[in-house]
Design a protein around this ligand. Structure first.
Ligand SMILES: NC(=O)c1ccc[n+]([C@@H]2O[C@H](COP(=O)([O-])OP(=O)(O)OC[C@H]3O[C@@H](n4cnc5c(N)ncnc54)[C@H](OP(=O)(O)O)[C@@H]3O)[C@@H](O)[C@H]2O)c1
Length: 280
């Protein structure tokens, strides 16, 4: 089965539109782009188009590539103070002279659309998931929608980034999967991936996962986005691996749309939480 990320994303968007209607106002998402990275510009266009579809008021703040740390932090602080901005997203990567960790920490945890703030990451580790990274959240959503039993499942993640691998490991553990996390220093990748009933690959290496590396009947989520010969491909050798998988996400059209839809959901969640705080 090909896991249709676009169809699942459209269901999430429908649910988000309902929540926006129940809120009675249009939540606000502010995105910040430093510099003019074309891939970042494209991702932001996709995110803002999704905002429009679900009734989120969005604005994009573009800062020059040579913006200093003080100016970036001041911009974030101003957004933290604005009542009409419920969620803030800092588009990564930042230019090399800026420390993403410092910038992320400046975002108010309750407006942290991407769930990267240490307070939200810490809560996630402790099993109290609220605003969490969007890609892992999308993968968990898809597993639940497909009726895949996470509890007790052998889950293997390739890649231990702060954006995907680490938070996903915590989310799977919170649901009682047995989790292995692999990375560049893993001695024999195949030894691990062959165990996986749920395999998530987020390495950014085209063709990393071949058919002999996966278990028959596995659910496979290919997070990778790579450009090869003018085409967008994932990290999994899709054509060969799909013959063995019970379910597999294509690239494009798999994890990407789920991630964007979860950003919409998290923005509305930030607005719902702000309303709750005002009422209490
Ligand atoms: N579809 C989406 O919505 C979405 C969202 C986020 C990211 N992505 C894509 O997913 C990929 C990963 O993104 P990221 O931000 O998580 O990347 P990242 O920060 O570059 O991390 C890549 C991870 O993969 C590991 N790795 C790299 N080569 C490997 C290999 N040959 N064998 C085993 N592990 C290997 C790295 O290990 P070390 O740390 O030990 O080097 C690292 O943990 C990229 O292609 C990115 O564009 C897609």
């Amino acid at each position: 089965m090909i896991i249709d990320g676009k169809a699942l994303a459209s269901d999430i968007e429908a649910e988000v539109r309902g929540r926006v209607e129940r809120l009675g106002f249009n939540p606000g998402l502010a995105t910040i782009l430093v510099g003019d990275n074309p891939a970042s510009q494209m991702y932001l266009r996709i995110k803002h188009a999704a905002c429009e579809r679900v009734g989120i008021r969005s604005e994009n703040i573009v800062l020059p590539g040579d913006t200093d740390e003080g100016t970036l932090i001041k911009t974030i602080m101003e957004l933290n103070c604005r009542e009409d901005v419920h969620a803030i997203l800092l588009q990564l990567p930042l230019p090399g002279h800026l420390d993403p960790r410092k910038a992320m920490m400046a975002i108010a945890p309750e407006k942290d659309a991407d769930g990267f703030h240490p307070e939200n990451m810490g809560a996630l580790l402790l099993g109290a998931e609220r605003l969490v990274p969007c890609t892992p959240r999308g993968i968990i959503y898809a597993l639940e929608r497909l009726g895949v039993k996470i509890e007790g499942a052998e889950a293997v993640i390739v890649g231990h980034s702060n954006v995907v691998g680490k938070p996903l490991a915590a989310m799977l553990l919170n649901r009682n999967a047995t989790v292995q996390v692999c990375h560049v220093y893993t001695k024999d990748l195949k030894e691990h991936t062959r165990d996986a009933e749920i395999l998530v690959v987020a390495a950014g290496v085209p063709g990393l996962i071949k058919a002999d590396m996966v278990r028959e009947g596995a659910y496979i989520f290919d997070v990778g986005i790579n450009r090869v010969d003018g085409k967008t491909v994932g990290d999994v050798d899709f054509d060969a691996v799909k013959e063995k998988a019970a379910g597999i996400t294509p690239v494009p059209g798999g994890v990407g749309p789920l991630t964007v839809a979860m950003l919409m959901s998290q923005t509305v969640m930030a607005a719902e939480l702000s309303l709750e705080r005002r009422r209490s």
